[in-house]
Each structure stands twice: as structure tokens, then as C-alpha cells.
Design a protein around this ligand. Sequence first.
Ligand SMILES: Cc1ncc(COP(=O)(O)O)c(C=O)c1O
Length: 362
Amino acid sequence: ENEGKKIYHFEVGQPDFPTPENVVNAGIEALKKGLTRYTPARGIPPLLDAIEGSYKARGIDFDGSKNVIATPGAKMALFAGFMASIDSGDDVLLLAPAWPTYRVMIRSLNAKPVDVHTNGNYEIDEEKLKHKISRTVSALVINTPNNPTGGVLSKENMKLIYDLAEDHDFVVFSDEIYETLVYDGFKQTSMLEIDSTMERTLVINGFSKSYAMTGWRLGYAIGNEETISNMVRIQQNTTSCAASFTQYAGAKALTGDQSSIEQMVAEYQKRRDVITHLFNEIEGIACLNPKGAFYVFPNFVEYGLSSATLSELFLMKTGICTTPGVAFGDKYDSYLRFSYSASLEDIEEGIAVLVKFLPTIK
Ligand SMILES: Cc1ncc(COP(=O)(O)O)c(C=O)c1O
């Protein structure tokens, strides 16, 4: 790119839209008001209230002052949640393909990530899941809509997970960060609608994807009082708190005009339709049409190359940048993740370049 070559950025995991103006203004206002000090480790009351209010509007009730912690990004919510709930030697099930960060965090706590493979569009295979449950399993991580497939879990699948968690006494980490980015009228169920007591659920969410706020670093977790207060202790002694002005901006994001989400979703859906259509026109490539997030995960098995080799070849020979499937689990080494957080022109032009290049490696 520095040499002036065209690079098609299909590897990015962040929205290409700007943060909505009302949210930016709320952040600037907070800075101008001098709201630049440490905040309570749990988060500022207006943000915790706004999170409580946004779920109440969907019929999900909890106490924002007890059941929520705001963190610097969903990543920190996840890590503090894992630290508070997982012991060394535990097995943690990952509904795979799974975002690589889960694996890294779990291993860093001397626990073992164990993949449970889903079918196609992130659909649960009940027998496969049951087969992986053992006495050493203390948690299961789900991520719906899913990174990298864009697949979603149905309410029935989430209920099945909850029933198994109850029967076998494990915790469910439900990463719902892409929940607003859903298409074709699909409505994503939150695990909190199923486990209203929050006894064995920790929901992870954040502002990076829904409000295009990746650089602001703001996420949160919702769970039972005991887990959240342990997470508050971890945060107090690590990051202290999420940035103050960022938290004010986040409160505005949740309480202000939501039309920016609708606009982003409409645009993503258009791009998804185009990219899946283009992939499925290529002979030998299978690409599902997922209902959420901003990724597709086509299978290049016919080309007989590892995902790292394919990804490197695409980049070096065509300028198409992708994420190798193997990053999401060993079983996915014939897949590549394409993010459609890229303009329609880049999607159309980039896939046309790919179509020309593919016959040269077959
Ligand atoms: C599945 C998933 N969870 C969490 C995150 C992290 O979000 P944040 O920017 O809030 O840390 C990402 C970002 O790529 C993600 O894909």
C-alpha cells in the first residue's frame, strides 16, 4: 500500500463507518466539562443506567448498578470475566469456528480451550456438543452473531445450551457484540432472555461494532452480582476504569438517536448480498449467506492449499487481504474470512480480481 499498490482490505474486523456525530459530540462535551478523571471502577452511573434502560426496552430486567461493569472494550470484559470464573486446569468449550482471542485468553489462565464444531452457519450439533462435555468443563463460550461465519444461534439452540449448562454445571459466556448487526429481519435472542437469573450466564457486549466505536475502547459485561463484583475488583487493580469521556459518549450512544445503526445495517446487508452472490458464482467455492456480523467464511478446499498460503498468495499477487481460517480453529484451514466492512466498489472490484486469479492456482 505504501508503494501505491491497491490493497483490498477484506481482513478488517471493524466498521468502516464513522462514529455517529451525536456520540462524538457527547465525548467532546465531556472533555470540555473537565470530565477527565478516574471514574468508579464499575463505570459511571449514567452509562450503567443507559445499559439497564436499553435492555429494559427489550423486556430484559436487571439492576445496572449491580449487574453491569463497563470496561475498556469488550475484550477487557471478557478477560476479567474469564479471570473471575475459570480456574487453572479447567476445560472451556468454544463453539467453533471461534474468534482467536478466546483461545489466547483461556490458555493464559492455564485452562484448556476445547473446540465444539458447529454445522455450516454456526448451527449446533447437539450430539457433538454433548460428547465434549466432561467433569472438567467449567464454561462454554458462544458468540452470536459469529465471527468469522456471520452465522447466528436460534433461540432454540440457546435454550439447549442453557439446559446443558444447568445439567452439567458450567457457565455460559455469551459474546453478543454483533447483536445489532443482523439481516433479513432476524432478531438475535440474548442469553439473558433465557437465563433471567444470570446464575450461569455472563453476557459480553460493547460499542465497537454497533456504534462504530472501536478506537474509543468501551465494552461491558452483564451478569450476577458476585461475578460482576469480582470483575470490578480485577478492573480496579488493572485498568482502573474505562476512559471517562468514552463512557459519557457511550451513554449517549444508547440513549440518543439510533438511526445510524439502521443505516449501517442496511448498507451491510446490501454488501453481504453482493459478496455472497459473487462467491457463489465461482465454481468450486461454497459460501453461505449469513444473517449477522460483517463476515463471510468461504471454503476454498478445492484449491488444496493451506489458508495461510492462500491468504499470502492472494495478498502478494492480487492485493486482496484476508484472514486465514486456521486462526479460528485447526479444522478451518481451507477457509478464509472476508470482512465486508469494505465499500461496495471494493467488494465488486476485489472479487473480480480474485475470479481472474483463481484459475492460475488450480
Ligand atoms: C467476537 C468479538 N468479540 C469481541 C470483540 C472485541 O471488541 P472490543 O473492541 O469491544 O474489545 C471483537 C472484535 O473484533 C469480536 O470480533
